[in-house]
Design a protein around this ligand. Sequence first.
Ligand code: ASP
Length: 368
Amino acid sequence: MPAIREITLEDNVKITRHFLAVVLVIAAVLVVANYERPPLGALGGGATPAGPEFVLVAHGGAGAYKNLTPELLEARRATMVRAIQKGYEILSGGGPSLDAVEATICVMEDSALFDSGRGSYYTREGVPEMDAGIMDGRTLAAGSVASVQHIANPISLARLVMEKTPHVMLVSGGAEEFAKSQGIELMSPYYFYNEREWQRYEKARAAAQKKTSAVPHEDEHGTVGVVALDRGGNLAAGTSTGGTTMKMPGRVGDSPIIGAGTYANNASCAVSGTGVGEYFMRNIVAADICERVRYLHVTLEQSANDVVMKELAEQHGEAGVIALTRAGDVATTFNTDGMMTGTVRADGKIVMKGWSKTAEPMIVPAVK
Ligand code: ASP
């Protein structure tokens, strides 16, 4: 049996040391467990403070609005208002900007009135091939699809790519296989047929055959896009399109290219573009507008102006963008004949404008 001895001063020091070591380990474990990784968007060090409210801005494409019939113009305006009201409902209920972007775009895709979803322009082969992209400004997560032919809501498929796959972009058959695996119905080509679009296609095809112009100058570009800021101060952007008139089969535009036609980063801004996608891709337009805000500390308005009205205009690149910061600053900038946009803030009033350079804004009262 070991002899019992008195505790010495040395023993006391040892016990205290062990006790302190155990306390330190427990404290470290607790700190690590409670550490919440900051969102990627805030890691850049340039995160701008969020504004006090929520905002949603939608566009219905930049281009030659003077070529649209008054009936189509009116129908597009009414549909945009309905779409924006849907997004507003989500944001005012405290929902995330991503949900608002997707829901707003779906209404326009379903309407068959825009170059997007059901109303998509046809390729030279007379079938639609759609592109869409979506991005979360909080996490920099992004998803996109390109050249899909049977998807009613490409923007929703883009979101699934973002949330359910390790990838950013899926194209064509692979994207449609993925859609099936997610329970999305593949639509027959008849779903995308409409007389107005067919007539437009026939006219463009005849012009191309006569070689008067392969791509009519100042086309309408009815692409749709939305940027939104939610009550949590998070930005999101999305764009959905059938592409340009008489595009070659397999041609992919800027809308699904993250940084070209679609971009969102809480550290700078959210952008959705419309116009001739090749210029957006060569000039990485959406990301460039955001990075100018972030690194040059210019206003959103100036950044959008410098890119769209100077750089793209000098290259004869028809373009328009909607852009939004966390402070609630909005830019709707276009170098074409028009770009219809609608903006809603917390008061629920929708400000519609842009169907011509001089059009007086139309205020749609809040729904009670
Ligand atoms: N940017 C789209 C594309 O090039 C077309 C458009 O906005 O009208 O595919």
